[in-house]
Design a protein around this ligand. Structure first.
Ligand code: AMP
Length: 209
Protein backbone atom coordinates (compact mmCIF):
# COMPACT_ATOMS: atom_id res chain seq x y z
CA UNK A 1 0.00 0.00 0.00
CA UNK A 2 1.26 3.49 -0.93
CA UNK A 3 0.24 5.97 1.74
CA UNK A 4 0.66 9.64 2.57
CA UNK A 5 0.19 10.97 6.11
CA UNK A 6 -0.85 14.62 6.32
CA UNK A 7 -1.42 16.75 9.38
CA UNK A 8 -0.13 19.72 11.37
CA UNK A 9 3.12 19.64 13.38
CA UNK A 10 2.81 17.58 16.57
CA UNK A 11 -0.37 15.73 15.55
CA UNK A 12 1.37 12.37 15.97
CA UNK A 13 2.08 11.60 12.31
CA UNK A 14 5.51 10.21 13.16
CA UNK A 15 4.29 8.04 16.05
CA UNK A 16 1.39 6.68 14.02
CA UNK A 17 3.56 6.20 10.95
CA UNK A 18 5.95 3.91 12.87
CA UNK A 19 3.01 1.79 14.10
CA UNK A 20 1.24 1.59 10.73
CA UNK A 21 4.46 0.73 8.89
CA UNK A 22 5.10 -2.06 11.38
CA UNK A 23 1.57 -3.42 10.88
CA UNK A 24 1.67 -3.18 7.07
CA UNK A 25 5.39 -4.03 6.78
CA UNK A 26 6.24 -1.06 4.56
CA UNK A 27 9.05 1.52 4.89
CA UNK A 28 8.41 4.76 6.77
CA UNK A 29 9.74 7.68 4.75
CA UNK A 30 9.87 10.89 6.79
CA UNK A 31 11.40 13.81 4.89
CA UNK A 32 12.13 15.58 8.20
CA UNK A 33 14.00 12.49 9.44
CA UNK A 34 15.85 12.10 6.11
CA UNK A 35 17.02 15.72 6.46
CA UNK A 36 18.11 15.16 10.09
CA UNK A 37 20.00 12.05 8.95
CA UNK A 38 21.75 14.12 6.24
CA UNK A 39 22.85 16.52 8.97
CA UNK A 40 24.05 13.69 11.24
CA UNK A 41 26.06 12.43 8.24
CA UNK A 42 27.47 15.93 7.77
CA UNK A 43 26.40 16.19 4.09
CA UNK A 44 26.04 19.40 2.08
CA UNK A 45 22.27 18.84 1.78
CA UNK A 46 22.05 18.44 5.56
CA UNK A 47 23.78 21.76 6.17
CA UNK A 48 21.82 23.64 3.48
CA UNK A 49 18.55 22.24 4.91
CA UNK A 50 19.47 23.26 8.47
CA UNK A 51 19.42 26.92 7.38
CA UNK A 52 15.69 26.46 6.76
CA UNK A 53 14.64 23.84 9.32
CA UNK A 54 16.20 25.70 12.26
CA UNK A 55 13.90 28.64 11.49
CA UNK A 56 10.81 26.50 10.95
CA UNK A 57 10.89 27.30 7.21
CA UNK A 58 10.33 24.82 4.41
CA UNK A 59 13.35 23.49 2.55
CA UNK A 60 13.12 24.43 -1.18
CA UNK A 61 10.95 22.11 -3.27
CA UNK A 62 13.69 21.10 -5.73
CA UNK A 63 15.94 19.73 -2.93
CA UNK A 64 13.11 17.84 -1.25
CA UNK A 65 11.70 16.41 -4.49
CA UNK A 66 15.14 15.15 -5.57
CA UNK A 67 15.66 13.56 -2.13
CA UNK A 68 12.27 11.81 -2.18
CA UNK A 69 12.75 10.62 -5.77
CA UNK A 70 16.00 8.91 -4.76
CA UNK A 71 14.42 7.36 -1.67
CA UNK A 72 11.43 5.99 -3.60
CA UNK A 73 13.85 4.37 -6.03
CA UNK A 74 15.23 2.11 -3.29
CA UNK A 75 13.87 -1.45 -3.84
CA UNK A 76 12.21 -1.64 -0.38
CA UNK A 77 9.55 0.78 -1.73
CA UNK A 78 8.34 -1.77 -4.31
CA UNK A 79 5.93 -3.31 -1.77
CA UNK A 80 4.56 0.12 -0.80
CA UNK A 81 5.60 2.94 1.56
CA UNK A 82 4.31 5.60 3.90
CA UNK A 83 5.24 9.23 3.24
CA UNK A 84 5.36 11.32 6.42
CA UNK A 85 5.93 15.08 6.01
CA UNK A 86 5.73 14.99 2.22
CA UNK A 87 4.16 16.62 0.24
CA UNK A 88 4.20 19.90 2.15
CA UNK A 89 3.51 22.21 -0.82
CA UNK A 90 1.18 21.91 -3.77
CA UNK A 91 4.23 21.82 -6.08
CA UNK A 92 5.54 18.79 -4.20
CA UNK A 93 2.13 17.09 -4.54
CA UNK A 94 2.12 17.73 -8.30
CA UNK A 95 5.74 16.55 -8.65
CA UNK A 96 4.92 13.35 -6.74
CA UNK A 97 2.33 12.48 -9.41
CA UNK A 98 5.09 12.02 -11.96
CA UNK A 99 7.14 9.87 -9.56
CA UNK A 100 4.55 7.39 -8.24
CA UNK A 101 0.85 6.71 -7.77
CA UNK A 102 -0.70 6.90 -4.26
CA UNK A 103 -3.44 4.64 -2.87
CA UNK A 104 -4.59 6.67 0.11
CA UNK A 105 -3.98 9.91 2.00
CA UNK A 106 -4.53 9.86 5.76
CA UNK A 107 -5.32 13.35 7.08
CA UNK A 108 -4.81 13.50 10.87
CA UNK A 109 -5.94 16.71 12.59
CA UNK A 110 -6.46 18.07 16.12
CA UNK A 111 -6.91 21.48 17.80
CA UNK A 112 -3.71 23.53 17.48
CA UNK A 113 -3.58 24.45 21.22
CA UNK A 114 -3.29 20.78 22.08
CA UNK A 115 -0.59 20.35 19.44
CA UNK A 116 1.54 23.23 20.73
CA UNK A 117 1.43 21.61 24.17
CA UNK A 118 2.51 18.28 22.66
CA UNK A 119 5.34 19.89 20.68
CA UNK A 120 6.74 21.75 23.68
CA UNK A 121 7.01 18.43 25.56
CA UNK A 122 8.49 16.44 22.68
CA UNK A 123 11.88 14.75 23.06
CA UNK A 124 13.75 13.03 20.22
CA UNK A 125 16.22 10.18 20.46
CA UNK A 126 19.70 10.99 19.11
CA UNK A 127 20.25 7.27 18.43
CA UNK A 128 17.14 5.71 16.88
CA UNK A 129 15.18 8.88 15.96
CA UNK A 130 12.04 7.89 17.94
CA UNK A 131 10.02 10.67 19.56
CA UNK A 132 8.50 10.78 23.06
CA UNK A 133 6.48 13.16 25.23
CA UNK A 134 8.06 14.15 28.57
CA UNK A 135 4.92 12.96 30.38
CA UNK A 136 5.86 9.38 29.40
CA UNK A 137 9.53 9.63 30.33
CA UNK A 138 11.36 9.13 33.61
CA UNK A 139 14.77 10.33 32.34
CA UNK A 140 16.46 12.03 29.37
CA UNK A 141 17.52 8.62 28.00
CA UNK A 142 15.69 6.73 25.20
CA UNK A 143 13.73 3.86 26.83
CA UNK A 144 14.21 1.85 23.63
CA UNK A 145 17.89 2.17 22.70
CA UNK A 146 19.47 4.01 25.65
CA UNK A 147 20.79 6.99 23.63
CA UNK A 148 20.43 10.58 24.85
CA UNK A 149 17.19 12.45 24.15
CA UNK A 150 17.17 16.01 22.84
CA UNK A 151 14.73 18.84 22.00
CA UNK A 152 14.42 19.49 18.28
CA UNK A 153 15.53 23.03 17.48
CA UNK A 154 12.32 23.62 15.50
CA UNK A 155 10.17 22.48 18.46
CA UNK A 156 11.00 25.68 20.34
CA UNK A 157 7.74 27.56 20.81
CA UNK A 158 8.30 30.49 18.41
CA UNK A 159 9.60 28.20 15.67
CA UNK A 160 6.69 25.83 16.27
CA UNK A 161 4.24 28.74 15.81
CA UNK A 162 5.95 29.60 12.52
CA UNK A 163 5.53 25.97 11.39
CA UNK A 164 1.79 26.20 12.11
CA UNK A 165 1.55 29.37 10.00
CA UNK A 166 3.26 27.64 7.08
CA UNK A 167 1.04 24.59 7.54
CA UNK A 168 -2.10 26.77 7.34
CA UNK A 169 -0.80 28.48 4.19
CA UNK A 170 -0.04 25.32 2.23
CA UNK A 171 -2.30 22.54 3.41
CA UNK A 172 -5.67 23.84 2.16
CA UNK A 173 -4.48 23.43 -1.42
CA UNK A 174 -2.90 20.02 -0.76
CA UNK A 175 -6.07 18.70 0.92
CA UNK A 176 -8.23 19.99 -1.97
CA UNK A 177 -5.87 18.34 -4.45
CA UNK A 178 -6.31 14.90 -2.84
CA UNK A 179 -10.00 15.39 -1.94
CA UNK A 180 -10.75 15.86 -5.65
CA UNK A 181 -9.12 12.49 -6.26
CA UNK A 182 -11.33 10.96 -3.55
CA UNK A 183 -8.46 9.23 -1.75
CA UNK A 184 -8.49 11.08 1.61
CA UNK A 185 -9.50 9.60 4.96
CA UNK A 186 -9.93 12.03 7.89
CA UNK A 187 -8.72 10.95 11.33
CA UNK A 188 -9.21 12.69 14.70
CA UNK A 189 -5.68 13.03 16.12
CA UNK A 190 -6.86 14.30 19.54
CA UNK A 191 -7.62 10.76 20.75
CA UNK A 192 -5.22 8.36 22.47
CA UNK A 193 -2.37 6.87 20.44
CA UNK A 194 -4.00 3.40 20.39
CA UNK A 195 -7.41 4.70 19.31
CA UNK A 196 -5.86 6.77 16.51
CA UNK A 197 -3.94 3.70 15.27
CA UNK A 198 -7.13 1.60 15.33
CA UNK A 199 -9.06 4.25 13.41
CA UNK A 200 -6.38 4.53 10.76
CA UNK A 201 -6.25 0.77 10.23
CA UNK A 202 -10.05 0.58 10.08
CA UNK A 203 -10.18 3.40 7.52
CA UNK A 204 -7.41 2.25 5.21
CA UNK A 205 -8.59 -1.35 5.30
CA UNK A 206 -5.20 -2.68 6.48
CA UNK A 207 -4.74 -5.85 8.50
CA UNK A 208 -3.93 -5.48 12.19
CA UNK A 209 -1.31 -8.03 13.34
P1 AMP B 1 9.24 17.24 10.29
O1 AMP B 1 10.14 16.28 11.00
O2 AMP B 1 8.35 16.56 9.26
O3 AMP B 1 8.45 18.13 11.21
O4 AMP B 1 10.20 18.21 9.44
C1 AMP B 1 11.16 19.04 10.06
C2 AMP B 1 11.54 20.19 9.15
O5 AMP B 1 12.13 19.67 7.94
C3 AMP B 1 10.35 21.03 8.64
O6 AMP B 1 9.97 22.04 9.57
C4 AMP B 1 10.93 21.62 7.37
O7 AMP B 1 11.84 22.67 7.66
C5 AMP B 1 11.75 20.46 6.81
N1 AMP B 1 10.93 19.60 5.92
C6 AMP B 1 10.50 18.33 6.16
N2 AMP B 1 9.76 17.86 5.13
C7 AMP B 1 9.72 18.87 4.22
C8 AMP B 1 9.09 19.02 2.96
N3 AMP B 1 8.35 18.03 2.42
N4 AMP B 1 9.26 20.20 2.30
C9 AMP B 1 10.00 21.20 2.82
N5 AMP B 1 10.60 21.14 4.01
C10 AMP B 1 10.47 19.99 4.72
Amino acid sequence: MKLIFLGPPGVGKGTQAVRICDILDIPHISTGELLREELRNDTELGHVAKGYTSQGKLVPDNLIIEMIKERLDVPDCKKGFLLDGFPRTINQAIALESITDIDMVVNIDAPHDLLLERISGRRMCSGCGKSYHISHLSSEICPDCGAKLYIREDDKIETARKRFEIYEEEFGDILDFYRKKGIIVDIDGAQTIDVVTENIIKNIGGNNK
